[in-house]
Design a binder for this molecule. Structure first.
Ligand SMILES: O=c1ccn([C@@H]2O[C@H](COP(=O)(O)OP(=O)(O)O)[C@@H](O)[C@H]2O)c(=O)[nH]1
Ligand SMILES: O=C(O)[C@@H](COP(=O)(O)O)O[C@H]1O[C@H](CO)[C@@H](O)[C@H](O)[C@H]1O
Length: 213
């Protein structure tokens, strides 16, 4: 029996310093058929870095539209039944991590998985321990996105929308521990003041989704 096609979708905004590490790993995962980077109006060289990988398709958003819109554009462009969403700024990601996230869906054990950081760094572990459904590392069957509303307007509220969509469909994603994986925090990317302001904006974008759950 032939294996189902898998597309990896990486939303990326100003990730020139981080995205190569993630793409190097994705390019080595035999289960992945297509890698799509949605360059979300980056002001740096994210697009050029992504395009330097021969097997990566880069979709350029002219302006920054937020993570939700980037995931939607990527999902629409994907030619696969199984979608893998991964952030562009992961630290410590390896091929086995990606395979662990994909396996339960490829084996038909579940229709969705979500990756939870553990042991990477306390500063990035705690958020996922508190709210695992906010993780940006996911695999899901494309069919589960049918009827998902306003994902393109949600910006960082996208994870909550996906969580709600899966709940509506009666699907509980299987949690997969991503041992020793972390991510580059906003404060590290932007400095303390701008990073904190960006974090507050992100929390607002998540909080404003709550009434719709
Ligand atoms: O407007 C945005 C904001 C973020 N991202 C991407 O979404 C993922 C998750 O973002 P993260 O939580 O790391 O926040 P950030 O640190 O980028 O603000 C990363 O790959 C970002 O580059 C995006 O595509 N558009
Ligand atoms: O962990 C968090 O607090 C946020 C922000 O991460 P950073 O500390 O800025 O890397 O990231 C998570 O939540 C976002 C909103 O739901 C998701 O888009 C990210 O993928 C997820 O890692």
């Amino acid at each position: 029996m032939s294996r189902e096609r898998v597309a990896a979708i990486v939303p990326a905004y100003n990730e020139e310093a981080n995205i190569a590490c993630v793409l190097q790993v994705l390019c080595q995962v035999p289960e992945i058929d297509q890698i799509i980077v949605v360059n979300d109006g980056s002001l740096d060289r994210t697009g050029e870095v992504a395009a330097s990988f021969p097997n990566v398709t880069v979709i350029d958003q002219i302006e920054n539209q937020g993570k939700g819109a980037a995931l939607k554009v990527g999902a629409e462009a994907a030619d696969a039944d199984i979608l893998l969403f991964l952030d562009a700024d992961l630290i410590g990601l390896t091929v086995p991590h990606v395979q662990q996230l994909l396996k339960p869906v490829l084996d038909g054990e579940t229709d969705a998985t979500v990756g939870i950081f553990d042991g990477g760094r306390t500063s990035t572990d705690w958020a996922q321990a508190l709210a695992p459904f906010l993780s940006g590392q996911r695999v899901l069957r494309r069919a589960l996105l049918t009827g998902v509303d306003h994902i393109d307007e949600a910006r960082f509220g996208v994870e909550l929308q996906l969580h709600r969509q899966l709940k509506r469909m009666g699907k509980v994603p299987k949690e997969v521990i991503l041992k020793d994986v972390s991510q580059v925090m906003k404060e590290e990317k932007l400095g303390l003041a701008k990073g904190f302001a960006a974090r507050m904006r992100m929390y607002w974008e998540i909080i404003r989704e709550i009434p719709r759950i």
